[in-house]
Design a protein around this ligand. Structure first.
Ligand SMILES: *Cc1c(COP(=O)(O)O)cnc(C)c1O
Length: 387
């Protein structure tokens, strides 16, 4: 063999023998090797336990999917390259021309645009309903409804919807229920156990928790997931092995991280509640939150997101925002670093005054993703910023 051939093939097939690696290896390969035509035939017939091509399946990705299924309490989970890839794949798979999606009007911007700009091109209708209407879905589900889609808690007001009520109504009406569980995470809110058919999360947020991976997941029963897995092969939205490895590592500490996010956010929310520089605090764990009772009934912890209305409206919020030192100014959420954003410049950017009122969003609002720093340092930072 000459040098180029040797260089390419040396080291092939090294494995760890009887001492397997403790952690999941990164199978950084696009394809897999078969010994013979007989093996290819057996694979295609589903009789050979193996892999063909990483757009279909990859061992690192499968290993992490099993972690996601464990945390979601799901029969099966799928990993995607982003939360949006997961949502798009779900909608494209589950809906056809003539079908209708009922979606809560207070919804992630990307989801809104998938329905409004993309699904509509294929004759898939959608109806946005208020939080109140979503709380009684049997009144809004129609003959063409195939899917009910919602979030709880909702960005940025952290309003909550009774998940068991939505799930039961959908079962009764024979339509599929889907929830974007990104904000709460399944640690705080096990939505499948509450009767929801399909759970989606942006793995970019609490699931990975370290702000260094973009990803998404879908979880549910084998029957719900099977067609989604098939469509993922075609649409190609599967996560790569490298970010899957990082996600799997991040997930090992998820219960610890989420417990600390909950505790830190509660401490910060309690400090801010009644603070002289604040009009209002939005945290589902506070008795003052309009949906505290619903949250208490379905969340074991109230999450790491805290939103505030700063006194002095837009100017007051902008001033406090610029004065923060420990809490960084950045979009996204769910990482170990505390970050904050202004809804009128991010999730609700470009909305008219009337639309802002409808979304419950004020111009003096700051949304904070409470990280894992010492709560006292976060409180001190907010104290000096609001002084
Ligand atoms: C971030 C987010 C998404 C989209 O996820 P990406 O990973 O950014 O594609 C969807 N829903 C919610 C609630 C989110 O916060």
């Amino acid at each position: 063999m000459k040098q180029a051939t040797k260089l390419i093939h040396a080291g092939e097939g090294v494995d760890t023998g009887k001492t397997p690696s403790l952690t999941t290896p990164i199978y950084e390969t696009s394809t897999f090797v078969f010994d013979s035509v007989a093996d290819v035939e057996r694979y295609q017939a589903g009789k050979l336990d193996g892999y063909l091509y990483s757009r279909y399946e990859n061992p690192t990705v499968v290993a992490v999917e099993q972690k996601v299924a464990a945390v979601d309490g799901a029969e099966q989970s799928l990993l995607f390259s982003s939360g949006m890839a997961a949502i798009a794949t779900a909608f494209i798979t589950l809906l056809k021309a003539g079908d209708e999606v009922i979606c809560c009007s207070a919804i992630y911007g990307g989801t809104f645009h998938i329905l409004e700009d993309l699904m509509s091109k294929f004759g898939i209708a959608h109806r946005f309903v208020s939080i109140e209407e979503m709380s009684d879905p049997l009144k809004v589900i129609g003959p063409a409804t195939k899917l009910v889609w919602f979030e709880s808690p909702i960005n940025p007001t952290l309003r909550c919807i009774d998940i068991r009520t939505v799930a039961a109504a959908c079962k009764k009406a024979g339509v599929l229920s889907g929830i974007d569980n990104t904000f709460a995470s399944p640690i705080n809110q096990p939505v499948l156990a509450m009767g929801i058919d399909l759970s989606m999360q942006s793995a970019t947020k609490y699931l990975n928790g370290h702000s260094d991976v973009t990803g998404g997941v879908l979880s549910g029963s084998k029957a719900v997931i099977a067609p989604l897995a098939k469509m993922r092969r075609l649409l190609g939205g599967i996560m790569d092995p490298q970010p899957a490895f990082a996600l799997g590592r991040g997930m090992k500490t998820m219960p610890l991280r989420v417990a600390q996010h909950n505790a830190n956010a509660m401490a910060v929310a309690q400090f801010l509640d009644g603070h002289a520089g604040i009009e209002r605090v939005y945290y589902p764990g506070l008795p003052s939150h309009p949906d505290h009772a619903i949250a208490k009934g379905q969340m074991s912890g109230f999450g790491g997101m805290v939103t505030i209305d700063v006194k002095g409206g837009r100017e007051g919020a902008f001033r406090a925002f610029d004065r923060l030192k420990v809490i960084k100014r950045a979009a996204s959420l769910g990482g170990v670093e505390s970050i904050c954003s202004l809804p009128i410049l991010t999730s609700q950017y470009g909305l008219t005054d009337e639309e802002l009122v409808k979304a419950g969003v004020s111009k003096g609002m700051i949304r904070i993703s409470i990280g894992l720093e010492d709560a006292s340092d976060l409180i001190a930072d907010l104290e000096q910023a609001l002084a």
